[in-house]
Design a protein around this ligand. Structure first.
Ligand code: IPD
Ligand code: CA
Ligand code: CA
Length: 272
């Protein structure tokens, strides 16, 4: 129960709801995914790589409607439909499909990400990946799990000891990405980009990746995952500085033994 300002919040009910709604939404996503050749894909702005479909919009509308029914007093921020009541103590931050480019191209790396901020801090999260039947979830002080199995970050002490997740998008500029890749390779590391920031964050929490750097993420990509990483013993950068909630920021999550090394390889690009 979170109760720092006097009002007691029913965190358990919210945690249960997050897991349930993420899984229901992921099932909806699977139905669209199986019919993906019939979906009309639109491009957001000038970036031809930034895509969206009716699946993203309908899944977000479903989650938003469920939220108004179960926790009408809570705030909301979603990728597709904007925000409401951001001054509420509890604010849900949702990505209805993270990995849309994978989704529309028939690649299985996509998920539904449902995160909750309490008093501005990531507090609980659920990331549902229906293709691999994995539900990643966690709550502050209670640990992080994939299905029922507890998660722990990698104990690697050098980037050469494992795989590092990476990501970027065109507007941020390749100068924040290519030098990092070069230095990572020179240090004996190896990179992977699977197209879903939420899943790569969950994989850091699970110790599958030793760390994950993205030149710029949005809060709906990562609020749920940030809880998982910290609960699993990892480190995260100061993502919420300078209006990160609404504008996004550079992003680094990693096991404690490689966080500083990755931050050094990234250099000033991690600061904005
Ligand atoms: C994208 C994914 C991708 C990341 C992009 C995000 P979307 O989210 O998380 O991994 O590289 O920056 O925009 O558009 O699939 O929800
Ligand atoms: Ca996303
Ligand atoms: Ca999305």
């Amino acid at each position: 129960m979170a109760s720092s300002t006097g009002t007691t919040l029913d965190i358990e009910a919210r945690y249960a709801w997050a897991k349930s709604v993420a899984q229901q939404a992921a099932q909806m996503g699977m139905e669209f995914y199986q019919q993906r050749n019939d979906l009309t894909v639109e491009h957001k702005g000038d970036d031809r790589q930034d895509v969206v479909s009716i699946a993203d919009k309908q899944i977000e509308a479903f989650i938003r409607a469920q939220l108004s029914e179960h926790f009408p007093e809570d705030g909301f921020l979603g990728e597709e439909s904007g925000s409401a009541d951001l001054n509420a103590r509890c604010v849900w931050v949702i990505d209805p499909i993270d990995g849309t480019a994978c989704f529309v191209n028939g690649l299985h790396n996509w998920c539904v990400s449902v995160g909750l901020l309490v008093d501005g801090e990531p507090y609980l999260g659920a990331i549902a990946d229906p293709n691999h039947r994995e539900l990643f979830h966690g709550c502050k002080g209670s640990g992080a799990f994939v299905n029922d199995t507890p998660l722990a970050v990698s104990q690697a002490r050098h980037v050469r000891e494992g795989l590092t997740g990476t990501g970027t998008f065109h507007p941020r500029g390749k100068e924040h990405f290519i030098p990092f890749l070069q230095k990572l390779l020179e240090a004996g590391g190896m990179f992977i980009r699977n197209g879903s920031g939420a899943l790569m964050t969950a994989y850091v929490a699970a110790g599958r990746l030793i760390g994950y750097y993205e030149t710029q993420l949005k809060s709906w990509d990562c609020v749920a995952g940030l809880v998982l990483v910290t609960e699993a013993g990892g480190r995260v950068n100061d993502f919420f500085r300078n209006d990160g909630l609404l504008d996004g920021n550079p992003y680094l999550v990693a096991g404690p033994g490689v966080y500083d090394q990755l931050a050094e390889l990234i250099g000033p690009s991690l600061d904005g």
